[in-house]
Ligand binder design. Structure first.
Ligand SMILES: [Zn+2]
Ligand SMILES: [Zn+2]
Length: 265
């Protein structure tokens, strides 16, 4: 028996002889069931056709994705001993690379769409804790004693690596602040809690990206206010090309203002 992985969202489910009847992550209004029907795969099947994409993005920062891309196509980030977000493939090579790069002391994930194979990753990394905000507890499809449901608004999971709960997309949607990033000017890892737009001088905020459901002005203002106390020069969204390269703090402020103006009409 092996864990089952939903082919659309790439979230892993417990090992069982048969796959689950449905994927609640995809059935939620923020995601979608594949129009051809719910289908399932496994990590062994993914490994047969795909590999790990390891990229040094900046001093002290690595990106880890799957190539060719699968599911939502996100990539993870590794900095300051913290593995941020998750993908559905892990292999011996990437585990060894992470050891050489300083070792993983904690995993943390922005929101349920990126939970992927988080428990398999933690297992392969020797059982490192996985920090998830407790407000998203109902969306955990493969429970594990390695999962730590954190509560409140912020949590420092490693020195200078602070989880900040922003809410919006999901009640527990979080970002990770890397204080030492960008030569000490700071960087923010946002998944799609704060989504980098096609024009990377802007970001946006939605309840659902694939189904284009907006957020109310109050939630957008709250997200901007939540990250305001933290300095950050760069902002790394959940995908390779989704990066705000400079002045990211001002980008978040002006994007929130534009969004709220648009809602006001
Ligand atoms: Zn799914
Ligand atoms: Zn999402």
């Amino acid at each position: 028996m092996q864990p089952w992985i939903c082919t659309t969202c790439c979230v892993e489910y417990p090992a069982a002889a048969e796959p689950p009847a449905t994927c609640p992550i995809c059935e939620d209004e923020r995601q979608y069931v594949n129009p051809t029907g719910q289908s399932w795969t496994s990590m062994a099947e993914i490994a047969a056709t795909r590999g790990i994409d390891w990229r040094e993005l900046a001093p002290g920062l690595v990106g880890i994705g799957v190539t060719p891309a699968i599911g939502i196509g996100q990539r993870m980030l590794f900095a300051g001993g913290v593995l941020w977000d998750c993908v559905p493939l892990v292999d011996d090579g990437v585990v060894e690379h992470l050891k050489v790069a300083g070792g993983v002391r904690a995993m943390a994930i922005s929101h349920p769409h990126f939970y992927a194979a988080m428990v398999s990753w933690s297992d392969r990394l020797g059982g490192v804790p996985i920090y998830l905000h407790e407000d998203d507890r109902a969306h955990v499809m493969r429970p594990s004693p390695q999962i730590r449901h954190w509560s409140g608004e912020t949590l420092e999971v490693a020195p200078g690596m602070t989880l900040i709960r922003c809410g919006g997309h999901f009640p527990g949607s979080a970002v990770l602040h890397w204080a030492q990033g960008c030569g000490g000017r700071g960087a923010l890892f946002t998944g799609d809690t704060i989504q980098v737009a096609a024009d990377p001088h802007w970001v946006s905020f939605l309840r659902s990206y694939p189904n284009m459901i907006p957020l109310p002005a109050s939630k957008v203002a709250a997200i901007a206010a939540t990250v305001r106390p933290y300095p950050f020069e760069k902002l790394f969204g959940g995908w390779w090309e989704r990066v705000v390269e400079a002045d990211a703090k001002a980008v978040v402020e002006r994007s929130a203002d534009r969004y709220i103006r648009a809602l006001a009409g």
